[in-house]
Design a protein around this ligand. Structure first.
Ligand code: CTP
Ligand code: MG
Length: 233
């Protein structure tokens, strides 16, 4: 196999400060076992193998021990305490990079373990053209607007995309966008924070396997997905 192409240097943030209530695991889902390893360890290893450094991990209050055990031996990991919401956790984590000010940062949900290098490559290679880049997938079902159980309308699925993480940014742009956010409500993700601050976001091909472990059934058997090797661009 040919050597993987070199990637530009980047820092990473993994948000792992949630409670994982919907997953109903004995520990917050990011620390539960999945395919033989703690969930968070899968993507931390993938980011580390791609050269991500440092890797700032936002953890719950009191979560130092379980996080350190889950991430033992992964290079360049630094733990910080996260916040009330995902957005708070991201902001606290990226603030810790203000002094070193990396060119690029990838912001990733700990709950998406199956992260492959090709997604990271597509994201980083978009950042010379755009301040942000996100992995997206098409919507394959038709869409219905619900009003009390009745179809009230439809939406054009061809212009919609499902958005995943990691999301990649020029560091200075995402830091100032998070600082400028009005704070009235929580943004759905970091791309929305950048767009609200006037930044443009490139869409790159996502990966169905990069799904977010959310519910208890996502953990049953750690179901191996069959990979076809086909892209989703
Ligand atoms: N997250 C975080 N800080 C928070 C809330 C969420 O770092 N205050 C992280 C989670 O750990 C997860 C990611 O954001 O990796 C996506 O959030 P989600 O899937 O909603 O996880 P939880 O909030 O933990 O789960 P639930 O909503 O079921 O309680
Ligand atoms: Mg949540």
């Amino acid at each position: 196999m040919a050597d993987a192409p070199p990637l530009p240097p980047f820092a990473a943030v993994i948000v792992a400060a949630g409670k994982g209530l919907r997953a109903g695991q004995p520990v917050p889902k990011q620390f539960a076992m999945w395919r033989g390893k703690p969930v968070i360890r899968h993507s931390a290893e993938a980011l580390s193998a791609a050269g991500g450094s440092p890797i700032i991990v936002a953890i719950p209050e009191g979560g130092e021990e379980i996080a350190a055990a889950a991430l033992a031996g992964v290079d360049a990991v630094q733990l910080v305490t996260g916040g009330e919401t995902r957005q708070d956790s991201v902001r606290l984590a990226i603030e810790t990079l203000a002094e070193s000010a990396p060119d690029y940062v990838l912001i990733h949900d700990a709950a998406r373990p199956d992260l492959r290098r090709d997604v990271i490559e597509r994201l980083l290679s978009s950042l010379d053209q755009h301040p942000g880049a996100i992995p997206v997938l098409p919507v394959v079902d038709s869409l219905s607007v619900d009003e009390n159980g009745i179809m009230a309308g439809s939406a054009d699925r061809t212009v919609l995309r499902r958005v995943q993480t990691p999301q990649a940014f020029r560091y200075g742009d995402i830091l100032s966008a998070h600082r400028a956010w009005s704070g009235e409500s929580d943004a759905g993700d970091d791309a929305q924070v950048l767009v609200a601050d006037g930044g443009s976001i490139a869409h790159v091909g996502g990966d169905e396997a990069l799904k977010k472990l959310t519910f208890a059934e996502d953990f049953i058997g750690g179901q191996p997905m069959i990979r076809t090797g086909m892209g989703y661009d």
